[in-house]
Design a protein around this ligand. Structure first.
Ligand SMILES: Cc1cc2nc3c(=O)[nH]c(=O)nc-3n(C[C@H](O)[C@H](O)[C@H](O)COP(=O)(O)OP(=O)(O)OC[C@H]3O[C@@H](n4cnc5c(N)ncnc54)[C@H](O)[C@@H]3O)c2cc1C
Length: 493
C-alpha cells in the first residue's frame, strides 16, 4: 500500500467502496454494498482530494457538504472531527452515504479528466464509524420555546425539518399516515439498497431528543387537517410526491398491470415480516416488463430478479443517453450520460425508444400476457419536449405476465390540505413562496411535496431550509443554517 500523500491523486487511483458480486447478491435481499475499506485505504482515498480553491464538489452537492474538510480530516485520521463536519450540513449522512447518486463526485475537479475522489464512500465510512464508536447521541435542546410545530410526513424532509426545529427548542410532533416512519426510505427504496434499521436508529435518536411521533396518523384520514392549524403555531407539509403518473392505454384495467410502488411497498413489507395483501404482487416465474427507465424502474428490475422472474425487460420511452458527455453538457454540470444501473448489472434487458401502445390479454383470462409497442424515433422542440415520432418498427409484441408502471410521479397524493387554503403549482407540487410558505398562512412545504419527486439529499436540504424559515416565522429571526442548495439560491438571512 502506498503512503497517504497530500497530492495523493498523483499516486493513488480511485477505489470506492464496492458492490457485492452481482451473481451472488441477486439471490438475497441483503444490502448490495461491500463492507467499508480499512482506515488506511480511506485515508489514501481522502488524500486524492486536492482541497481546490473553488470546491466544485460542494456546488454539486445539494446541501453544500463541506467535502474538502472531511476528506482532509479522514486523511489525517481525525474521524471525530470529520463526523462533526459532516453533521454540520447533513442531519443523516448515512441516508445519503448509502442512497445518494453522489452529484458531488460528478462535480469533483478531478472528474474533469480523471476519476473523482470517492466522496460518497468517505461520507459513508465516517458516519458508519460514528455510529460504531457511539459518537452519535441524542442532542436535546437546552431550552424550550413556547411554540409547537406539526410536521406532516416522516420522509427525509420531514425528519430533517423536525430535528432542526426541535434542536432550537420548538415542540415538534410528526404525523405519519404509514405504520412506520421513514417515508420512501422505508417503503419505496428496497431493503437491498438501504436496510431499514438505519432509519430506526435515527428515529430513536430523534425521539430521545424530544420529538413526538404519531404513526397511523394520516391527515385527512384519522387526523382532521384543521387540528393542525388550530393546535400548532406552524405546519410543515413534507408529504412527498407519491401520486403516480399513469399510462392510459387499452388494457390498463387488466390484472397484472400494476404501479411500481404497489410492488415495491409490498416487497418492503414482506422483508419486514409484515402482513401481506390478499392478492400479492410477485414476479416468480413471470415475464416482467418494467415501464420507465429511471431509478424506480431499476428497483423493480432488481426486485423481480430476486423474486425469480422468468425474464425482465426494462423499457424507456426516451433514447439511450450517450456514453460520453455531449458538448452542451460540460463538466461540472450533472452528466447526461448512460450509466448501467446496479439492477442491470444483475441481468435483464434494457430497451430504449419503445412506445407502449396496449396491454393485451390474448388468452382471455383477464390477465395481461403481452405488451404491444412500437420502436420509435422522437423529434424534440427547443425545450427538449417530444413533439413527433417516426415509427421504426410497429407491432412489437413483448411477453408480459406482470407489467410494472414506473413512469414518475405527479405531486402529493390526495388533497387534504386544500381546505386549509394550500394551493398547487402548475407542476402539481404545493405552491410556495420564497419562504417556502404555501398559500395558507403558517403552512410550509418541503421535500418532494415542494420541489417534485427528487432525491433523499434534496429532501434533507429542503427539510433544513424549511426549519430555518419556520423558526424565523415563529421568532422573527433564526440561527439555523441554510442548506446552500445550488439550484435554488440560498435563502437570504
Ligand atoms: C422506488 C424509489 C427509489 C428511490 N431511490 C432513491 C435513491 O436510491 N436515492 C435517492 O437519493 N432517492 C431515491 N428515491 C427518491 C427519494 O426516496 C425521495 O426523493 C425522498 O424520499 C423524498 O423525501 P420526502 O421526505 O420529501 O418524501 P417521502 O419520502 O415521500 O415521505 C413523505 C411521507 O409523508 C407521508 N404522508 C403523505 N401524506 C400524508 C398525510 N396526508 N398524512 C400523514 N402523512 C402523510 C407518507 O406516508 C410518507 O411517509 C427513490 C424513490 C423511489 C420511489
Amino acid at each position: 500500500m502506498t503512503e497517504p500523500h497530500p497530492d495523493g491523486y498523483q499516486h493513488t487511483d480511485r477505489h470506492p467502496i464496492g458492490k457485492r458480486d452481482a451473481t451472488d447478491r441477486v439471490h438475497d435481499s441483503d444490502e448490495i454494498w461491500t463492507p467499508t475499506w480499512s482506515r488506511e485505504h480511506l485515508g489514501e482515498q481522502g488524500s486524492r482530494c486536492m482541497d481546490c480553491g473553488v470546491p466544485t464538489c460542494m456546488g454539486g452537492c445539494p446541501i453544500g457538504n463541506i467535502i474538502p474538510d472531511w476528506n482532509d480530516l479522514v486523511y489525517r485520521d481525525d474521524w471525530r472531527a470529520a463526523l462533526d463536519r459532516l453533521h454540520a450540513t447533513n442531519n443523516f449522512p448515512e441516508f445519503t452515504g448509502y442512497t445518494c447518486p453522489a452529484p458531488c463526485e460528478d462535480a469533483c475537479v478531478l472528474a474533469y479528466n480523471d476519476d473523482p475522489v470517492t466522496i460518497k464512500s468517505i461520507e459513508r465510512a465516517i458516519v458508519d464509524k460514528g455510529w460504531a464508536r457511539g459518537w452519535i447521541e441524542p442532542e436535546p435542546p437546552t431550552e424550550r420555546s413556547d411554540y409547537a410545530v406539526a410536521v406532516v410526513g416522516s420522509g427525509p424532509a420531514g425528519l430533517a425539518a423536525a430535528q432542526q426545529l426541535n434542536r432550537v427548542g420548538h415542540h415538534v410532533t410528526v404525523f405519519e399516515r404509514d405504520d412506520e416512519l421513514g417515508g420512501l426510505m422505508r417503503y419505496g427504496i428496497p431493503n437491498f439498497k438501504f436496510e431499514k434499521w438505519r432509519i430506526d436508529r435515527r428515529i430513536d435518536q430523534l425521539a430521545a431528543e424530544g420529538i413526538t411521533f404519531r404513526t397511523g396518523a394520516g391527515v385527512g384520514e384519522t387526523v382532521d387537517p384543521e387540528t393542525l392549524t388550530d393546535d400548532y403555531d406552524a405546519v410543515c407539509l413534507a408529504v412527498g410526491a407519491q401520486a403516480h403518473r399513469d399510462l392510459d392505454i387499452p388494457g390498463r384495467e387488466l390484472d397484472g398491470v400494476e404501479y411500481a410502488m404497489a410492488y415495491l411497498v409490498q416487497e418492503n413489507r414482506r422483508q419486514a415480516g409484515k402482513e401481506q395483501d390478499d392478492d400479492p404482487i410477485h414476479a416468480a416465474d413471470k415475464h416482467v416488463v418494467v415501464l420507465g427507465g429511471g431509478d424506480t424502474g431499476a428497483d423493480c428490475v432488481a426486485t423481480a430478479h430476486r423474486h425469480g422472474a422468468a425474464g425482465v425487460v426494462q423499457i424507456g420511452i426516451n433514447p439511450q443517453p450517450p456514453l460520453d458527455r455531449p458538448a452542451d453538457n460540460p463538466w461540472p454540470e450533472a452528466p447526461k450520460t448512460y450509466h448501467k444501473t446496479y439492477a442491470q448489472e444483475e441481468g435483464g434487458v434494457q430497451e430504449f425508444e419503445i412506445d407502449t401502445t396496449a396491454f393485451q390479454d390474448t388468452s382471455g383470462d383477464g390477465r395481461v400476457d403481452t405488451l404491444a409497442a412500437e420502436r420509435v424515433l422522437w423529434s424534440y422542440d427547443e425545450e427538449g419536449n417530444r413533439v413527433s415520432k417516426q415509427v421504426l418498427e410497429s407491432d412489437l409484441e413483448i411477453p408480459a405476465d406482470l407489467v410494472l408502471i414506473a413512469i414518475g410521479f405527479t405531486g402529493p397524493d390526495g388533497d387534504p390540505f386544500a381546505d386549509l387554503g394550500v394551493g398547487r403549482a402548475l407542476d402539481g407540487s404545493f405552491d410556495t413562496d420564497e419562504r417556502m410558505m404555501t398559500t395558507a398562512e403558517g403552512v410550509f412545504a418541503a421535500g418532494d411535496a415542494n420541489m417534485g419527486a427528487s432525491l433523499v439529499v434534496w429532501a434533507i436540504g429542503e427539510g433544513r431550509d424549511v426549519a430555518r424559515e419556520i423558526d424565523r416565522y415563529l421568532t422573527g429571526s433564526t440561527d439555523l443554517p441554510a442548506s446552500l442548495r445550488t439550484h435554488n439560491p440560498p435563502i437570504a438571512p
